[in-house]
Design a protein around this ligand. Structure first.
Ligand SMILES: Cc1cc2nc3c(=O)[nH]c(=O)nc-3n(C[C@H](O)[C@H](O)[C@H](O)COP(=O)(O)O)c2cc1C
Length: 171
C-alpha cells in the first residue's frame, strides 16, 4: 500500500460522521473499555439482533471482550464527550480501572458494564470474530437493550465531536 493511498483513505473516512460507542466488558479477563466509531448494525432478523465492532488487535479491551465472550456497546449521548475521551485514552487514563472511575455504571443482566446516561446500551454475547490484518471484527448477538430517555447521540466526523441537527425538508 502506498502512503498516499493510506492518507486518502484516512481523509475519506474522516468525512464519514459516525456515532460514538464505548465498548465495555467484564468477566474472567477483567473489566475493560474502549471508545470505538466502528460499531455497525448487522441484522435485526437473525436468531438474535446482531452488530459488529472493529477493535485494534493490541487493545486490551478487544482481547478481554474475546475472552469474556460478552460486552456492552454503549452509544454515547451528545453530552458524553468526556467519556469518549476517557475511553480513548486521551485523558491520560491508559489504566482501564481509572477509566471506569470517571463515569457512572449499571450492571447488565450478563454482568456487563452499562453506562448510565448512554443514549442506548446493547448487551451482547460474542457470536464470532475475525482477525483482519490489524483489527478484530467482533460480531455480537444482542441479548438486552437499554434505551435512555434522550436519543441525542454524540457524533464524530471531520476529526471533531458533533451533534446531529435536523434539516428542513428540501423544497
Ligand atoms: C471517536 C473515536 C473513535 C475510535 N474508534 C475506534 C475503533 O473503531 N476501533 C479501535 O480499535 N479504536 C478506535 N479508537 C481509538 C481507541 O479508542 C484508542 O486507541 C484506545 O482507547 C487506546 O486504549 P487501549 O488500547 O488501552 O484500549 C477511536 C477513538 C476515538 C476518539
Amino acid at each position: 500500500m502506498t502512503a498516499d493511498l493510506r492518507m486518502q483513505f484516512l481523509e475519506g473516512m474522516s468525512r464519514a460522521a459516525t456515532f460514538v460507542t464505548v465498548a465495555t466488558t467484564d468477566g474472567e479477563a477483567g473489566r475493560f473499555g474502549v471508545t470505538v466509531s466502528s460499531l455497525t448494525s448487522v441484522s435485526a432478523d437473525g436468531d438474535h439482533p446482531s452488530l459488529l465492532a472493529c477493535i485494534h488487535h493490541l487493545s486490551p479491551a478487544g482481547a478481554a471482550i474475546l475472552r469474556n465472550r460478552a460486552f456492552c456497546a454503549n452509544l454515547l449521548h451528545e453530552d458524553q464527550q468526556a467519556v469518549s475521551d476517557l475511553f480513548a485514552g486521551r485523558l491520560a487514563a491508559g489504566d482501564h480501572a481509572a477509566r471506569f472511575a470517571g463515569a457512572p455504571w449499571l450492571e447488565s443482566p450478563l454482568g456487563q458494564p452499562m453506562l448510565e446516561g448512554a443514549t442506548v446500551s446493547f448487551e451482547c454475547r460474542v457470536a464470532t470474530s475475525v482477525l483482519w490484518e490489524t483489527h478484530h471484527i467482533i460480531v455480537g448477538q444482542v441479548t438486552a437493550v437499554r434505551l435512555s430517555e434522550s436519543p441525542a447521540a454524540l457524533l464524530y466526523g471531520q476529526r471533531a465531536y458533533r451533534r446531529a441537527v435536523h434539516l428542513a425538508a428540501a423544497t
